[in-house]
Write a protein that binds this ligand. Structure first.
Ligand SMILES: [Fe+2]
Length: 499
């Protein structure tokens, strides 16, 4: 095939908002032997042309109003991954080069460039393409699509994973999603505002500048809220994310994406990322990442709120139960709180996870809740208990477990409560479990419970001194108690008195 014949066959789309540059390139290509040249003055027009009739090569400027070269590149790759795209820019940076290559650009031309260099590249890519068979192109297309899907899925997966891991308080979650938004979009600044719908007002919650610090960060964040107020209202009203490039918002912040955070269809916050300048215009892919972040975070917060309100009201109910025992028996309430403190400190010293500590906190507070069913004459008896009475008292861990049974949320805690009177040697109750068969947190609860009971005055005996109680724990290492728990507990008591 002669060079001219093959050049006649090829069509090239030249995209540039600068008419003189566009005309110059088109003319040079025609003179270089490519008669079939189409022109477009921006990304949107280029995409329309490309959709009507695909061309063999696209040469596009990077910085254009409406749709940036990067966005055009990403959309052309979606339509036809095997079309080579050459990106031109007057402001080359490594970042631009890397991101356009990542989006699938074939090459890069830095303005001003020579016509010879342009024709050389055009020849090179078109020839390279023309050697490929239909099957090669299909394989390439399939691979591109597959890789693209994998890339997107991997990014979304990582977004989901990072959000799922956020177990901290809401402020911390907001801070983390701001960082996540900056990372996935490559944005420069991120602002999270809370929306007061009743007063139609926005309040700055988090303002973050990537990799840099502003001396007047808070003032800058407030100024940003002020300047984008109108835009925020639009996003909150539409309850949908918006992507704007620099030309559409007076070039104040480069390119900009704003997405709402919603719970039950109500917007409660907005998150906005801005790019450094107009060259780094965000793409539809960035928008879809932001949508994924906000949708997932909204869901996560909704679940968290639901859990907290459910859990909060359950805990309130149980605390009032503990309180009602207190009405009869002043010892139990003080004891529950003191045991909770001792048990948590021991668990921390033994490197328990945050989740385990939370579990232990609930079960310590509620561990004697079963005593609510023990008759006053036994619970409040001042003298020693008869065997029968003692048997009745011994039912309290099982009663406690049963009281909590309807609450599936605290399944793990029920187990801890059931076994808080088991002994390491298997002589405890209610199940006679021994050694490591006893849940670990029950073993901690048991030491804390016994220590507090020993060091408190009871109607039938005087309180032991701290040293005497510690001696008791030591004597019962691996008899009544897990020795490791006893050791950790004693170390903490020693620290308290500076031993
Ligand atoms: Fe108990």
């Amino acid at each position: 095939m002669s060079d001219q014949y093959y050049r006649n066959e090829k069509s090239i789309l030249v995209v540039d908002d600068d008419l003189s540059v566009r005309a110059l390139i088109a003319e040079a290509l025609r003179e270089g032997g490519y008669p079939n040249i189409k022109e477009a003055e921006n990304g949107i027009q280029a995409l329309e042309t490309f959709r009507k009739e695909a061309c063999d090569l696209v040469i596009s400027d990077l910085k254009m109003p409406g749709m940036s070269g990067m966005e055009l590149l990403s959309q052309i790759k979606e339509l036809n991954p095997s079309t080579p795209v050459i990106i031109m820019t007057g402001y080359p940076t490594i970042n631009i080069a890397v991101s356009s290559m990542k989006e699938g650009a074939f090459d890069f031309l830095t303005k001003p460039f020579t016509i010879e260099n342009l024709i050389l590249k055009v020849d090179l890519y078109l020839k390279e393409r023309s050697i490929l068979t239909e099957e090669d192109l299909n394989i390439e297309k399939r691979n591109w699509n597959l890789n693209e899907k994998i890339r997107k899925l991997a990014a979304i997966d990582s977004i989901y994973e990072q959000i799922e891991k956020m177990h901290s308080d809401n402020d911390d979650i907001f801070q983390k999603i701001v960082m996540l938004a900056l990372n996935v979009t490559g944005g420069e600044k991120c602002l999270l505002v809370l929306f007061d719908e009743a007063n139609d007002k926005f309040y700055r919650k988090i303002f973050q500048i990537k990799g840099g610090h502003s001396i007047n960060k808070e003032a800058e964040g407030d100024a940003m809220v002020e300047s984008l107020k109108g835009f925020f209202k639009k996003v909150a009203r539409k309850r949908d994310a918006l992507l704007l490039n620099s030309k559409e918002q007076n070039g104040l912040y480069g390119s900009l994406i704003c997405a709402p955070l919603m719970i039950r269809d109500k917007v409660f916050a907005l998150i906005t990322v801005t790019s450094k300048d107009a060259i780094y215009n965000f793409t539809r892919k960035d928008l879809s990442y932001m949508l994924n972040i906000t949708a997932r975070t909204s869901l996560h917060l909704e679940n968290k709120l639901l859990y907290e309100s459910l859990f909060g009201s359950i805990m309130d109910t149980f605390e009032s139960l503990v309180h009602s025992i207190h009405e009869r028996d002043h010892y139990t309430e003080r004891h529950s709180q003191s045991v909770t403190k001792l048990a948590i400190n021991t668990a921390r010293a033994m490197n328990c996870s945050a989740c385990e500590i939370e579990s232990l906190k609930i079960s310590s507070l509620l561990h004697d809740i079963g005593k609510i069913a023990i008759p006053d004459k036994i619970l409040l008896k001042e003298g020693p208990l008869t065997d029968e009475e003692y048997t009745a008292i011994k039912d309290h861990p099982i009663i406690g477990e049963n009281i909590l049974k309807p609450v599936i949320l605290i399944d793990a805690e029920r187990k801890i409560i059931r076994h808080h009177h088991e002994r390491w040697d298997g002589k405890g109750y209610p199940d006679g479990l021994s050694g490591e068969d006893i849940p670990f947190l029950s073993r901690i609860l048991s030491v804390a419970d016994s220590f507090d009971a020993m060091t408190t005055d009871r109607p039938y005996r005087k309180a032991l001194k701290t040293d005497e109680a510690i001696g008791e724990l030591q004597r019962n290492r691996n008899i009544q108690f897990d020795k490791n728990v006893v050791d950790a507990f004693i170390r903490l008591e020693d620290q308290k008195v500076g031993r």
